[in-house]
Design a protein around this ligand. Structure first.
Ligand SMILES: *[C@@H]1O[C@H](CO)[C@@H](O)[C@H](O)[C@H]1NC(C)=O
Ligand SMILES: *[C@@H]1O[C@H](CO)[C@@H](O)[C@H](O)[C@H]1NC(C)=O
Ligand SMILES: *[C@@H]1O[C@H](CO)[C@@H](O)[C@H](O)[C@H]1NC(C)=O
Ligand SMILES: *[C@@H]1O[C@H](CO)[C@@H](O)[C@H](O)[C@H]1NC(C)=O
Ligand SMILES: *[C@@H]1O[C@H](CO)[C@@H](O)[C@H](O)[C@H]1NC(C)=O
Ligand SMILES: *[C@@H]1O[C@H](CO)[C@@H](O)[C@H](O)[C@H]1NC(C)=O
Ligand SMILES: [Zn+2]
Length: 893
């Protein structure tokens, strides 16, 4: 699955200081998300987990007596193939319920004697045949035992059949089941997604099986190692199109009011990779890759507006890249990718039918920014990497998820780099995976990459595997492995692994075996330990090592750290151009991490930022701004902020001038991909730090737009920053113009930029009015309410207003918005992010007490964490404030 925190990773840090810290939210989210995961049941891979459920009790040594009370399937039966027919109804029935009906026949083989059939089935109403929930028959003249009784086990999501006699080892049987399910809008299994086009409500039936929702669509052996061949048939209304993993074979049957689409049988595959979609979407296609059919599907309007063109352009090359990299041809006969309105995860790698959020697949050359485009490229590269790694060869069980997701999160940079060679994509893994992994892995709440199969059983434990450690640390560790083995050796081992285990399952050590073989078969390469030994250090323990090298002697010492680091910093400030961009960024990020761990002093970490007035590259700047964001949050209501502002102003000024020059007085777009991101930083920070000429520039652009509302002169890359700054430094007129544009736009990304920007105003009554709007669904859509309140709270002027607002209306907000939404817990963490005084801590505790009778729902844990974090902030501020003030004051001279 794609990473959810892909969302707006490139929005530009300039916004942070102005109040709308989209990026900080993303970082914080991934951390908070990780923690949430540890305690709550939630949906893997997306941010909207339903976390109303209670924390799961700790695992006990108690082993359930009955096989159906365990969460894992017994090993007595293995599926061979399924025939599945599904008929979703896109209109509600007489009871107002959206349903689907269907039937399935699974052919399975008995490999161990048993008189029980246990198969997954969840939330399905099964048809009764002569008192039983299924029909059993034998294949190839085998006589099937009769069913004694059959029942459903809700807790473990099983259908159980007790037979009167035993199944014969080696014999093959068919289990036939008819069922009816709800096509709910719950984003699980076969579900319903709604959107409006030209004022008309449309319904799409679509699916999300990972990790444990296939069993909610039809009864199946729903574990990744239970691979089988699936022959799918979908019944649907004329005028709609049905899609699944295989290529469609035929459609219309004369004389029927519905269409019956059957699909080519799939290859042997896992249930979690199945997909079924019925919609009235249209597609564009190409078959340049050796006649492979490649299609991009979306709403008709989006396809007509050519928003699918970019995805189609990059898919062919990315698939070609992987075919060469893996030395294995694309394993299927077609590649469909579809953009769904309101898809909750980032994307899902269903085999041959990949599903995406619209913003992860569609790109509009006029309205979208460079960041939007990069996201499309990297998400496609991530999902397509899974077509081999994960789908063709699948890890046996969810405890090894980190290898699947870490791998795709690493090679997505290689795939994207091939599609867009000028973007320096391979450097960006540092920012988006490595630093993120460091930030989370340094916490006491972190955990090792690898865990034992027995530790992961129920769906909640499986969900917990989808976290920052799996994705980001997994990617960073695999990149390191590939670097030290060298890429050709890594690729050779990989190819041998994929070809050996095609259509089958593995454990993570199988990859190490094949890499080790590749090392041994490559003359001239020698590694001091085996791949196993080396990788165990990284996968079996949490955290990461601090290695101290005396740069004067090359010796690895222990206690000298501060002195050594000072030496390194001197090197950075003198000769910084001799170091690569990545190393410059690394030294800075390391320094701040070490300061947090109290290995070096805070001021020594700050010293790494001194050379910045000479720095033009994006990655080191981004590294600094992310780290300074905490300082800004802690100090922007204190006298430290004046000194911090003076310092950053001095440091950013040359960057601002640099971009003015290379863009010919802001009339051109910088040609470098990352330069485009850094231009956003330069403008955003310069304006908020008061660099001369910045505010005038922004105000000029915005005024121009206000004068000619149908012609927006602001480049898409700069819109978020410019809107926010112009509204921050403007008044009612600027705000009202943004509101009018917000209500009038039909482009989702434009609406969300404007919605964030309106929270940037410094005018209290405008902020209070905006807060009131958030509880009026005719003004702000219900799904956007809590994030809008958060945007306001991230503005230093808006913080006390938002805090008062939610305290005054807690019970109403809780009733209206508190039902199991993930954004609800980030509301609490968002509002309390700046809390760092004893007074705020007392207020927070009082808020908790006063509202115990109302409850906090999915924000319960967030509230506990907020209290914990506020306490930690108070301590940090007490320890660091004086020296930080002194440092900034001196450094800004
Ligand atoms: C599955 O469908 C195919 C094609 O209709 C049919 O030949 C086959 O017998 C079916 N298998 C089972 C087990 O029902
Ligand atoms: C399943 O059966 C229950 C009980 O009869 C009923 O309330 C529910 O609506 C049914 N669900 C579907 C999707 O038919
Ligand atoms: C897709 O490729 C075509 C042909 O190279 C090109 O003309 C077009 O601009 C590309 N579209 C996008 C959105 O990149
Ligand atoms: C690619 O695969 C082919 C066939 O499996 C094999 O003969 C060849 O050696 C492989 N090439 C590399 C570079 O691994
Ligand atoms: C840059 O543009 C501004 C207005 O956008 C103008 O006032 C200024 O003179 C220009 N400077 C140069 C050097 O062209
Ligand atoms: C509102 O949108 C419509 C169509 O998108 C456009 O014609 C109209 O000019 C817009 N109005 C304003 C005030 O921007
Ligand atoms: Zn993935």
């Amino acid at each position: 699955m794609g990473k959810v925190y892909y969302i707006s990773k490139n929005v530009g840090l300039g916004l942070l200081v102005l109040g709308v810290s989209a990026l900080a939210t993303i970082i914080a989210l991934s951390i908070a998300y990780d923690k949430e995961k540890a305690k709550n049941q939630g949906r893997p891979g997306d941010g909207a987990a339903d976390s109303t459920s209670m924390p799961t009790p700790p695992a006990t040594l108690f082993t359930p007596k009955e096989p159906w009370d365990r969460y894992r399937l017994p090993d007595s039966l293995v599926p061979v193939s399924y025939n599945v027919t599904l008929w979703p109804r896109l209109e509600p029935n007489a009871d107002g319920l959206y349903i689907f009906t269907g039937h399935s026949a699974v052919v399975f083989k008995c490999v161990k004697e048993t008189d029980l059939i246990i198969i997954h089935s969840n939330k399905l109403n099964l048809t009764n045949f002569h008192g039983h929930l299924a029909k059993l028959s034998g294949l190839d003249e085998v006589t099937a035992p009769t069913i004694q009784k059959s029942w459903l086990v809700v807790k473990t999501e099983f259908l159980v059949l007790q037979l009167r006699s035993r199944l014969a080892v080696g014999a093959t049987y068919v289990l036939y089941i008819e069922f009816q399910g709800e096509l709910a809008d719950d984003l699980e299994g076969f579900y319903r997604s709604e959107y409006t086009e030209d004022g008309v409500k449309k319904v799409v039936a679509t699916s999300q099986m990972q990790a444990t929702y296939a069993r909610k669509t039809f009864p199946c052996f729903d574990e990744p190692a239970m691979k089988a061949v699936f022959s799918v048939t979908i019944i649907h209304k004329r005028g709609t199109v049905a899609l699944s993993n295989g290529r469609e074979i035929d459609g219309v049957i004369d004389g029927m009011p519905v269409k019956v689409t059957t699909f080519e049988p799939t290859e042997r595959m896992s249930t979690y990779l199945l997909a079924f979609i019925v919609s009235d979407f249209v597609s564009i296609q190409s078959n340049q890759n050796n006649n492979l059919l490649i299609r991009i599907w979306a709403r008709k309007k989006a396809i007509d507006d050519r928003q699918g063109d970019y995805a189609l352009n990059v898919t062919g090359p990315i698939l070609q890249f992987y075919e060469r990299y893996y030395n294995a041809t694309y394993p299927l006969s077609k590649s469909d990718q579809i953009a769904l309105p309101d898809f909750n995860a980032g994307a899902m790698e269903n085999w041959g039918l990949v599903t995406y959020r619209e913003t992860a697949l569609l790109y509009d050359p006029i309205v979208s920014s460079t960041g939007n485009k990069e996201r499309v490229t990297t998400v496609i590269a991530h999902e397509l990497a899974h077509m081999w790694f994960g789908n063709l060869v699948t890890l046996r069980w969810w405890n090894d998820l980190w290898l699947n997701e870490g791998f795709a999160s690493y090679v997505e940079y290689l795939g994207a780099d091939y599609a867009e060679p000028t973007w320096d994509m391979k450097d960006q893994i540092i920012l988006y995976d490595m630093y993120k992994a460091f930030a989370v892995d340094a916490l006491a709440s972190s955990h090792p990459l690898s865990c034992r199969e027995e530790e992961v059983n129920d769906p909640a434990q499986i969900s917990e595997m989808f976290n920052t450690i799996s994705y980001n640390k997994g990617a960073a560790v695999l990149r390191m492995l590939s670097e030290f083995l060298t890429e050709p050796v890594f690729a050779r081992g990989l190819s041998s692994y994929l070809n050996t285990f095609a259509f089958d399952n593995t454990e993570y050590t199988d990859l190490w075996d094949h890499l080790q073989k590749a090392v041994e078969n490559t003359p001239g390469i020698h590694i001091p330990h085996t791949v196993h030994d080396i990788m165990n250090r990284w996968t079996l323990q949490m955290g990461f090592p601090v290695v101290t090298i005396d740069t004067r002697t090359g010796i690895l010492p222990y206690p000298l750290f501060t002195e050594v680091f000072e030496h390194v910093i001197v090197c950075v400030c003198c000769f910084f151009q001799a170091l690569s961009v990545i190393n410059r960024a690394q030294i800075i990020d390391d320094a701040f991490n070490l300061a947090r761990a109290k290995i070096i002093s805070t001021t020594l970490a700050l010293t790494t930022t001194k050379y910045l007035s000479k720095e033009k590259d994006y990655i080191p700047w981004e590294s600094v701004l992310r780290n300074l964001n905490y300082y800004i949050l802690m100090f922007d209501r204190t006298e430290v902020y004046g000194a911090l502002q003076a310092y950053l102003k001095k440091q950013i000024q040359p960057l601002f001038e640099h971009f003015r020059t290379i863009t010919a007085n802001w009339t051109r777009v910088p040609s470098g991909h990352t330069d485009q991101y850094n231009q956003i930083n330069a403008i955003g920070i310069a304006c908020s730090m008061g660099v001369r000429g910045c505010r005038e520039l922004i105000r000029g652009w915005y005024r121009q737009w206000m004068e000619t509302p149908n012609h927006n002169p602001i480049h898409p890359n700069l819109k978020s920053t410019v809107y926010c700054s112009a509204i921050a430094f403007g008044g009612t007129e600027e705000w009202d113009f943004a509101w009018m544009k917000f209500k009038n736009t039909t482009v989702a990304s434009e609406a969300s930029r404007l919605r964030a920007a309106m929270a940037c105003t410094k005018t209290p009554w405008l902020l209070n009015r905006y807060l009131e709007y958030t509880l009026d669904p005719t003004k702000i859509r219900k799904q956007d309410a809590t994030s809008t309140i958060q945007y306001i709270a991230q503005n230093v002027v808006g913080l006390p207003l938002a805090w008062n607002f939610i305290r005054a209306r807690w019970s109403y907000i809780f009733q209206q918005y508190g039902k199991g939404s993930f954004s609800f817990s980030s509301l609490i963490s968002g509002i309390t992010k700046r809390f760092s005084t004893e007074f705020e801590l007392q207020e927070l505790k009082k808020f908790k007490e006063d509202n115990l009778h109302v409850g906090f729902g999915s924000a319960t844990l967030a509230l506990e964490q907020a209290i914990e974090k506020t306490t930690a902030n108070i301590k940090w501020v007490t320890e660091n404030k004086a020296q930080v003030l002194k440092w900034f004051t001196e450094a800004s001279k």
